[in-house]
Ligand binder design. Structure first.
Ligand SMILES: [Zn+2]
Length: 181
């Protein structure tokens, strides 16, 4: 083996190692941003709050802001404060929803009687990162201008308002944008 070959081999090896590192980095990124949030690992370690296990049935409607993840709760409070400043009488109709309740709602209008009220079994209500609102008073869902103004404020404070969704607009719905908070 002459010196030239030794040098070339060494260079190839180094290049290979570098690619290996990139592969490892990609794998780590995939686990961190792809798998962990979906598996609720972040929620488990960093965002547990003091949630109660008494809401696991399919009947109970939870409206308690404490049942939301800390970041969602923070933005919800900011949202409510801003709406109050603007004179918009917002009422929280639901925050956390158990998977049992989500499944039941999903069957409504499909295998069960009633109107279709949800388009997914994977709602962000079930991982404590969404809440629904209506207007206080006698006409909770009829005031278009109310929901339009609220959605503007929701977007302003950093939430994703269902009002703007193209495919399935969901006027009363607000959720956290990111999967990992
Ligand atoms: Zn909702």
């Amino acid at each position: 083996m002459n010196n030239q070959t030794v040098a070339t081999n060494w260079r190839t090896k180094k290049r290979k190692r570098r690619w290996k590192n990139w592969g490892l980095l990609l794998l780590i990124m995939f686990v961190l941003f792809g798998v962990f949030p979906k598996a609720g690992v972040y929620a488990y370690f960093f965002d547990r709050g003091s949630y109660q296990d008494k809401y696991l049935d399919s009947e109970t409607i939870v409206t308690d802001l404490d049942e939301l993840s800390p970041k969602t709760k923070e933005l919800a409070i900011r949202f409510l404060e801003r709406c109050a400043e603007e004179g918009l009488p917002v009422k929280i109709t639901e925050t956390y929803r158990s998977q049992e309740r989500q499944n039941k709602l999903y069957e409504q209008g499909r295998t069960q009687p009633g109107a279709v009220v949800t388009w997914t079994k994977n709602s962000r209500h079930t991982d404590r990162r969404a809440f629904d609102i209506c207007k206080q008073g006698s006409d909770p869902y009829g005031d278009e201008e109310f929901f339009r103004r609220c959605a503007e404020i929701g977007r302003e404070v950093g939430l994703s308002p269902g009002y703007y969704w193209k495919e399935h607009p969901d006027k009363p719905h607000y959720e956290l944008k990111s999967w990992w908070l």
